[in-house]
Design a protein around this ligand. Structure first.
Ligand SMILES: C[S@@+](CC[C@H](N)C(=O)[O-])C[C@H]1O[C@@H](n2cnc3c(N)ncnc32)[C@H](O)[C@@H]1O
Length: 216
């Protein structure tokens, strides 16, 4: 999917500069073109990889794994610290697909996927994550669920840990004063993370909008 939040020609220019991807990632991109199954794409994938690498993350969580595309970028960074990625996905067929793909990438030992709804899985997870990638905001069940996710992520991060949330500009619909419930939820999420007493945050207009929050 293409987003027109900044300038689509600039987005394409940056995309064209990206080096060729490893085979598994390239195949997932092709699959996404055919099936519409969501993935962050190579620019944001590289962004996640570098964030994890720069902070030396060892323990990461991805909420919403789909095919495993972003997970592979994160795991390539975690390989370098002997770290581990925990992931959550509610659809059994996507868990199966992601597991296969992760196996092909040689990363099975590096990633554990929990099948279920994040609202049920997250409360049972260990604390002290270095990095959490929250990628379920566009599937929120109601206007309150995005901020609920934020409140669940903060205690799971170690001090100095980083939350990265995708789709926080929601195709620029956040500009809409009379937005539908899902977008209202994201507007509240954005206000909450900017004012959160435990977070230092910024929103970057990369692709569909990415928030980065450091826990104090
Ligand atoms: C935007 S996609 C994630 C794409 C993935 N992060 C990537 O870039 O490779 C969101 C995924 O979250 C899953 N999801 C949505 N709501 C969920 C929930 N309440 N609990 C668990 N998974 C959920 C969806 O099934 C979907 O596969």
């Amino acid at each position: 999917m293409r987003y027109d939040i900044t300038n689509i020609a600039i987005e394409d220019y940056i995309l064209d500069l990206m080096p060729a991807r490893e085979r598994t990632l390239a195949e997932l991109e092709e699959r996404a073109r055919k099936t519409g199954l969501s993935l962050v794409g190579p620019v944001q994938g590289q962004f996640l990889y570098l964030q994890a690498l720069l902070m030396g993350a060892q323990k990461a969580l991805e909420v919403g794994i789909t095919t495993g595309y972003a997970a592979i970028y994160l795991a390539r960074a975690l390989e370098q610290t002997d770290g581990h990625l925990t992931a959550i996905e509610r659809h059994a067929d996507r868990v199966e697909l992601a597991s296969q793909v992760i196996g092909q990438a040689g990363l099975s030992d590096r990633i554990t996927i929990h099948q279920g709804d994040w609202t049920e899985v997250m409360p049972g997870l260990d604390h002290d994550f270095d990095l959490i990638f929250l990628d379920v905001l566009r599937s929120a069940a109601n206007a309150g669920q995005a901020t609920e996710a934020l409140e669940m992520c903060v205690p799971l991060l170690r001090p100095g840990g980083v939350l990265i949330a995708d789709n926080v500009l929601c195709s620029a619909q956040v500009l809409d004063e009379d937005a539908p419930p899902l977008v209202r939820g994201i507007q509240r999420f954005n206000q909450a993370l900017m004012l959160h007493p435990q977070l230092e945050s910024v929103i970057i207009p990369l692709r569909d909008g990415v928030a980065i929050c450091r826990k104090k």
